[in-house]
Write a protein that binds this ligand. Sequence first.
Ligand SMILES: [Zn+2]
Length: 300
Amino acid sequence: MRLYELLSSYEESEYLKKFKEKFPVIFEFSKEVEVLPWREEFGIADFNPEVVDKLEELEEKLKEGLISKEEYEREVRNLKEASRTEGIAFLEKKQVSFRRERPHLSLVLHELGHVFFGESDRIWSSRYGGGEFLMRLIIEEVVDGDEKTVRDFMEFLKQLDENPEKAGRLLDRAAQAVSKKYGLSCTGAREFSLRCGVILFPSERTEALSREECSMFVINMLEGANFKDPLWTECLKELLKALSTSSISISNSSNFGLFYKTNFLVVFLVEKKAELRKHWKDLILNDIFLPYPGRNDPLY
Ligand SMILES: [Zn+2]
């Protein structure tokens, strides 16, 4: 089966309609991608899958009224963090495979994006603040963009590691532009970030942003835009505008290897983000928070 056929089976989804509208080239490309039947050895990244099974069992019980909502919430809180490989993409062969017959639409788009852009999770996955995160923000019309916008952004992420000074200058300029627009006095990305409630810690006594600061700034900007924060959203728009006209060098694969090995901070931030989300979830379960826009995100 072609991925196009699988995607088309979600035609009732508003999200898919938006995706087709914003990313027609990727949608067309799905005709070239083959869906392979799932094989157990594809589950290479599995991590305590029994927890996922338990979670599904609890959801089932709750649905059937066998346990109360309170019991369900208590049990869920006691479960370990878990992940199970639900899908896989073979970039060069243009093949994908899914554990379930009817995977979640966001997973189908995730694997399709891997093949289309030819990038690994570090650059693509929304979990790492990659291109997929931006793709979602475009689909949800938080910012404008298309395939090229996502590509430019991912090239910027690679540059962030290879040439943090240049990436930092772009962030400084985006922050200055927003600052001017809103009549703030921020002179650069550090001050702007502080204004938005995020302190960046310079690792050296330099004026230029360090790689770590750039990574932190970018992740907070994406998260901020996701929660419709006006300053962060505007800053992302300014960055995308700058990226669309600047000539960012296309990285070669050896540079990518460097990025993969050295960007530990991103991993650290991702873990922090996961922790925060867990707390947010707890707060929501306890009805402390009112619903916020990001709650419909399929990954929550
Ligand atoms: Zn992936």
